[in-house]
Design a protein around this ligand. Structure first.
Ligand code: 3SK
Length: 516
């Protein structure tokens, strides 16, 4: 169990505490050639906090933060939290229409933005009348007449006492990346932000001051926010940021910044393997001790290939934006079973219930996952949805799992992705995993397609490797392979070959776009 005092401010815990306890010279952030120590980070956070306060940002104000993975994004979130305001990091690909919906829904009056992302925000500002002030980080040289981040920082005092937030006050707001429907706002308290470090990072990753966390998840993705902001800073460790990551840039950065814990998503691990199938080639990645993965289930095939070529284990985990971070995972010390998500993260409980009655099911039965722990689901302005997903202190993230006899939780599918065909429940990802290791398959997504006779049938969308052509014999090979590996009713009755799969900015497949 993790306990916090009544008053706790996440920025103070992540920055001031290290300086006060003699870790001011530790490197907090590495970005390209730049190193920012905790003492320097504290000055920047204080200066920006003072500047934002003088612009009129008040405790409780939600503030849009719009950046690629750069140090200013971290400084801005911490500065907002330190003065009691609520950063709302936004995904960089959001367009003006989506941004204006978020600004309106969250009631946002202030924004801090990287100049190359200003355009869509200005478009949004034309649609809604709420935005009072935009602060711009100049880098690529976009013309504008807003406040300059650098001028504000240079002019403000670098002394600032943290606002006395309660641990339960809101410290972060995120919008779900939305594989379905309109994005929904979720909020997390100061103590919940710390709790992901004090549970997952402490016990599963075994994070320490010596670690350098790095990788490519965007900071506005809860997974990236945790593993590239909260977790390294909680331990006085270092975060390594890469703007606009490519496989090559990531390998270069692992070597240059001596990354020890590499976090990524299955799509990016697969891209790394397709660009560097035999390993890191000329790059020295011997600093790595562990890989982390989330966003989508990591298949045993990808786990094994990374393990062979890069010599690291990958901890797969399931988390959600709503729960803030990972709540089921193996620990690095466990006997990791690839393809199985693992155990509840220490500090969390999990159970499987009947989706209709919500009665607890026996081990071995597939059902809806319920979790309880130091983070939970709190929607912003969605009381109806809130009642659906939280009951008696248990949160229902919407995933179908089986808890095995040995206590491990095995992912089946999203509740919405369960294919129901002739009365059989078929998890699409289970079929994906079976077909993923076929030589011809580069990427695959399996969904339910409407069918008059069966209600739904299993349909696979397949992206082939360049050297393969779509053919009837491949269709038959795939169908036979599934029939020989799983219960035969799970085989894909329809297979469509496509050039690419639709994905969200965080790499999740947009299955709703694929359902006919
Ligand atoms: O999608 C996930 O798996 C995830 C993991 C950690 C934190 C947040 C998310 C959405």
């Amino acid at each position: 169990e993790v306990n916090y005092p009544e008053h706790v401010n996440v920025a103070e815990e992540l920055v001031d505490r290290h300086v006060a306890e003699g870790r001011g010279d530790n490197v907090a952030i590495r970005f390209r050639e730049q190193e920012i120590t905790y003492a320097e980070l504290l000055e920047k956070v204080n200066s920006l906090g003072n500047a934002l306060h003088s612009l009129g940002v008040e405790p409780g104000d939600r503030m849009l933060v719009r950046f690629p993975n750069r140090p200013e994004a971290i400084v801005t979130c911490l500065a907002a939290q330190k003065i009691g305001a609520v950063p709302q990091p936004s995904m960089k690909l959001l367009r003006a229409k989506e941004l204006s919906e978020i600004i309106e829904d969250a009631g946002i009056r202030f924004a801090v933005v990287y100049d190359d992302l200003l355009d869509e925000l200005e478009g949004a500002a034309e649609n809604v009348d709420l935005l009072e002030e935009i602060v711009v980080v100049d880098d690529v040289g976009v013309d504008h007449d807003h406040q300059s981040y650098r001028d504000l920082l240079a002019e403000a005092s670098d002394e600032l006492d943290a606002y006395e937030t309660k641990g339960t006050d809101i410290g972060l707001m995120l919008y779900t990346s939305g594989t379905t429907g309109r994005p929904k706002g979720v909020v997390h308290s100061h103590q919940a932000i710390l709790a992901t470090a004090d549970t997952y990072a402490r016990y599963c990753v075994d994070a320490s001051e010596d670690d350098v966390f790095g990788g490519n998840p965007p900071l506005p993705f809860a997974y990236g926010y945790g593993d590239l902001v909260t977790h390294p800073l909680r331990f006085g460790a270092t975060t390594s940021l890469v703007q606009d990551a490519t496989p090559e840039k990531l390998l270069k950065t692992i070597e240059k910044h001596e990354i020890t814990v590499f976090c990524s998503v299955p799509t990016a691990y697969n891209q790394l393997l397709s660009k560097f199938p035999k390993g890191p080639e000329k790059y020295d990645v011997s600093s790595l001790r562990l890989g982390l993965s989330a966003g989508e289930p990591l298949t045993p095939h990808t786990f094994d290939r990374i393990n062979d070529a890069y010599g690291i284990d990958i901890l797969d985990g399931i988390g959600t934006t709503e729960m803030l971070h990972i709540f089921i995972s193996h620990r690095h010390t466990d006997d990791i079973e690839p393809g199985v998500t693992g155990f509840p993260v220490p500090g969390y409980e999990a159970k499987i219930v009947d989706p209709e009655t919500r009665k607890t099911l026996e081990r071995g039965q597939s059902g809806l996952l319920a979790v309880r722990g130091p983070t939970g689901i709190t929607y912003w302005n969605r009381p109806g949805k809130q009642r659906e997903v939280v009951e008696d202190g248990w949160s229902y993230p919407g995933d179908i799992f089986v808890q095995r006899e040995d206590g491990r939780f095995e992912y089946q599918s999203r509740q919405d992705d369960l294919i129901i065909s002739s009365g059989y429940n078929i998890p699409g990802p289970e079929v994906e995993m079976v077909l993923e290791d076929r030589d011809a398959v580069q990427e695959i997504a399996v969904v339910g397609a409407p069918d008059e006779e069966r209600g739904e049938i299993v349909k696979a969308y397949v992206v082939l490797h360049d050297e393969y052509e779509p053919s009837e014999s491949l269709v038959q090979e795939f169908q036979t392979h599934v029939k020989n590996t799983l219960a035969p009713y799970k085989y894909p009755r329809e297979i469509e070959f496509v050039e690419t799969l639709p994905r969200t900015e965080t790499g999740k497949i947009r299955r709703t776009e694929l359902r006919p």
